[in-house]
Ligand binder design. Structure first.
Ligand code: GLN
Length: 543
């Protein structure tokens, strides 16, 4: 069995297609189907690695080292699966293949055309992902909104698939129904237009997921049904709610899974969502609050974008907190404030834990170092991810090992003590302006030192974690930092690179060169995040 559900967006971007796609996947999983998800990203970029995270959101790294859209993270978190490069495509990637094929005479002298050759390559990729993941049901999320130029070829691919396999393809339109404040009433008209825009490219939605600030009521459901040609019972209410993890339950209460199965000519099956229900209970019944400061540079574009740029970190903190029955209180702290006035760093004393996420460039770095020093000296649990690990090494080098002027060469290329330096391959890439997909990317093995906090947290000796960085710890400084109490407890066995550092005599001061956040799952929190939250929770109790 190979069935495909295309999820498209209407009216607005950011309407929740990613979470809806992930939730639909979770519902079908709970019915015993094997499920995979594909993101079709309209951008001409070959991957998300070269996109600005402030504009595009987080770059989610897959285990095989692809730099993809943040929605891939939603799929992994909801479905608890590892996705790969074949689960992600951009317009650029599709064109790249078609052009390479054309150069290699693979079209045997035919004129290569936008239609059908581009959609055909898209279909080949979608079906390939279904086969490689042995999926009964493949959810394909098409980025952007209907009615724009950018995603038109993906919609054409979907239409062609429906034409060829009418019983195996269904369409879900996730659309927005605004409630203008001067009217106080939910309006269906923009969604009617979206459904028509979809019709104009030859696609009829099987189902409408009605997102909005309020619940879809009966009169409006009837209106949508008539004007969009979608049966009433397939106009599904999806109002804003407290946590995205409730959405599978909310959709299944309206029997979304069986309705779509019916359209795909598959017999209905009961769903088994008890693990989701228990998970929600844990979220609702937290025993105590834990306050975590996430310290980084300020992007100056509002909370929403910040949350998007670090969505996997934020979700990983929540998963870990909930697993201990803690209610996470996450606060974004701008490191630049500590640069302007280092005394203000004392505000970190009110937090139970400090986290420094990954990042690039030199803005805010001195402020981050001030924050790390404060967490180290005041024994506040500290967790450094990637740049957060590199800067923890710099901080200890400067203030404990007394290596004056110590730095990462990313910030100061002429530093007297390059604690963090660049491996020669990366230097060559930069010299040749090869920026796309040239960082250290994807899963690498790391062996853990016996007796370390990290080893205890993971419970095993060898782990795999995902990377995305150019710079590395400089092994010349290993000894002097170890003597200062910073232990190198995670090492890559092939390259001897330092992957995890932790401080002796501190409740929790751990830095990791990789991005553990990418492997945190809703109901399977990452061991290091869980250990960090446990340490933070302990502080909260004694405070
Ligand atoms: N800027 C650092 C590097 O490139 C860290 C990258 C990151 O935090 N993802 O090595």
């Amino acid at each position: 069995m190979k069935k495909y559900i295309f999820v498209v967006g209407g009216v607005l971007s950011g309407v929740g297609k990613g979470v809806t796609s992930a939730s639909l996947g979770a519902i079908f999983q709970s019915k015993g189907f094997s499920v995979t998800a594909v993101k079709a990203d309209p951008y001409v970029n070959v991957d998300a690695g070269t996109m600005n995270p402030i504009e595009h959101g987080e770059v989610f790294v897959t285990c095989d080292g692809d730099e993809t859209d943040q929605d891939m993270g939603n799929y992994e978190r909801f479905l608890d699966v590892d996705l790969r490069s074949e689960n992600y495509m951009t317009t650029g990637r599709v064109y790249q293949t078609v052009i390479q094929n054309e150069r290699a005479m693979k079209y045997k002298g035919k004129c290569v055309q936008v239609v059908p050759h581009i959609p055909e390559e898209m279909i080949r990729r979608i079906q390939g992902a279904a086969v490689q993941n042995k999926a009964d049901i493949t959810i394909v999320e098409i980025g952007g909104t209907v009615g724009e130029y950018e995603n038109i070829l993906f919609l054409e691919a979907a239409r062609m698939m429906k034409l060829e396999h009418p019983d195996d393809v269904a369409f879900v339109l996730v659309s927005y129904l605004p409630v203008p404040s001067h009217l106080g009433e939910m309006k269906t008209k923009p969604t009617q237009h979206a459904a028509r825009a979809l019709n104009s490219v030859g696609i009829q939605a099987n189902m409408i997921i009605a997102r909005g600030p309020q619940e879809l009521d009966t009169p409006r459901r009837e209106k949508l049904a008539v004007h969009c040609g979608v049966p009433k019972d397939r106009c599904i209410a999806a109002p804003d709610i407290d946590t995205i993890y409730r959405i599978p339950l909310l959709l299944e209460e309206q029997d979304v899974g069986n309705k779509l199965l019916h359209d795909l000519r598959v017999k209905p099956r009961p769903s088994e969502l008890s693990s989701w229900k228990t998970f929600i209970t844990h979220i609702e019944h937290a025993r105590q609050n834990v306050k975590i400061a996430v310290v980084g540079k300020y992007f100056g574009t509002g909370q929403y974008t910040l949350a998007d740029s670090y969505i996997s970190v934020i979700e990983a903190l929540k998963h870990a907190a909930w697993s201990h029955r803690y209610r996470p209180e996450l606060t974004w702290v701008s490191a630049e404030d500590f640069e302007k006035d280092p005394k203000t760093v004392s505000r970190l004393a009110e937090f139970d834990g400090v986290l420094v996420p990954g990042g690039f460039g030199s803005r805010g770095i001195e402020g981050i170092l001030t924050a790390i020093q404060f967490a180290r000296e005041k024994k506040i649990p500290y967790f450094g991810l990637c740049y957060g690990m590199q800067l923890a090494c710099v901080e200890v080098a400067r203030h404990v090992a007394r290596l004056e002027g110590a730095n990462t060469i990313e910030v100061d290329s002429k530093t007297s003590h390059p604690i963090i330096h660049m491996n020669p391959l990366q230097a060559k890439n930069i010299l040749e302006r090869k920026y796309g997909a040239t960082m250290r990317l994807g899963s690498y093995t790391c062996t853990l030192k016996k007796g370390s906090k990290a080893r205890k947290a993971y419970g095993i000796d060898t782990i795999q974690e995902r990377h995305r960085h150019r710079y590395e710890f400089n092994n010349t400084y290993r000894e002097s930092l170890e003597q200062s109490g910073l232990e190198m407890v995670g090492i890559n066995p092939e390259s001897d690179l330092v992957e995890i550092v932790e401080l002796k005599d501190h409740p929790f001061f751990v830095g990791v060169q990789f991005h553990p956040e990418f492997q945190s799952r809703s109901m399977r929190p990452h061991p290091l995040f869980a250990a960090f939250l446990a340490a933070a929770g302990k502080q909260a109790k004694t405070a």
